[in-house]
Design a binder for this molecule. Sequence first.
Ligand SMILES: [Zn+2]
Ligand SMILES: [Zn+2]
Length: 417
Amino acid sequence: MTDFSPPRGTQDLFPPTSDRIERLRRDASALARTYGFRPAETPAFEHTDLFVRGVGESTDVVTKEMYTFEDKGGRSLTLRPEGTAPVVRAYLNVRQSLPTPFKAYYVVPMFRHERPQAGRMRQHTQFGVEIIGTTAPAADAEVIALADSFLRGRGIERMTLHLNSIGDEKCRPAYREALTAFIEERSDRLCSEHRERWKTNPLRVLDCKREECRTATEDAPRSIDHLCEECRSHFETVQEGLREEGVALQVDHRLVRGLDYYTRTAFEFVSEVLGPTQSTLCGGGRYDGLAEALGGEPTPGIGFGLGLERLLIALEQEGVALPEPEAGVFVVALGEAARSEARALVRALREEGLIAETAYEDRPLKAQLKMADRSGARSAAILGEKELAEGVVTMRRLTDGQQETVKASEVGSWLKG
Ligand SMILES: [Zn+2]
Ligand SMILES: [Zn+2]
């Protein structure tokens, strides 16, 4: 084996990227916790049928992008392409033991066989949340506010929240009919893909990024003009909730999700600094019909998915200085007696929650300082014969070589200060 690169479309998360992704993972979990969400993780693979039913047979994800394989028992399994269907499946499996509504979050890998390009990988890390068991518009506002707070809190400024309501099983058929009649008259002006196939899913045409479809549907009927009373009031309350949270939004009539179990709220946070095909930082919405599509009791829900690798690219594009990983101290020991003292110091510092290391073998001072530098430590604690005799440690800042003598017992507070 001479090629050590990872499979096409994937990446190894190694320093410094791994430090940054890990930081985002922790920030995501910590923030979701403050909103009362609890961790919920499902297996990385599921029965293929779950995604066929739960993502939709006619979607690109299911027809083109799934990693599907047969296991040794002849079962068809698929690597998880998205998080909602698995979490709803798991919820239906153990719902009796869970609170209602159930608020779940996860930070897990997703797999899609896409054409690899910047910001679109075959495996990526997704932060997702779901609120299962309520139709209340306050839940929609909370989920969207959480995504907004996470993105802004990381430093994203140049983004827009797109929001729409696509109605429910009561009012959508009439909208679909109006849209169908509209497109029927202009179907010859659609892009090559939709000219033939638009009838299977007319809503998808609104979503098409190609110029022909965009122009042809400029004055297309809007879903919000066809909402029933309940859906209209739901949509208004979601917007009020967002105003209360101070989250700016833009109603986007093209934001549709073409499957029947998606209902009412649909939203996307779109970055202004990423290319048009990968500008969505976070997408989500309501899926009140999903549990039934999976064969379970009717159970409403809302959630979002947010890719961390893409967020990292957006942060770089916006020129946000990425948080440095926490820096520790490298204890440099000179001589055998000092080495055992150094190990004791490292133990004590670790117990205080500080990052501390020392060399495994005896080395000259210069070599140990070089190791300290490479380890990512910010300072070195030097223990030589003189220091041992006086019960002190020489603390050296690695950035500028400044040194200071500190009592051995006070190294921890010196580092924290
Ligand atoms: Zn099109
Ligand atoms: Zn409705």
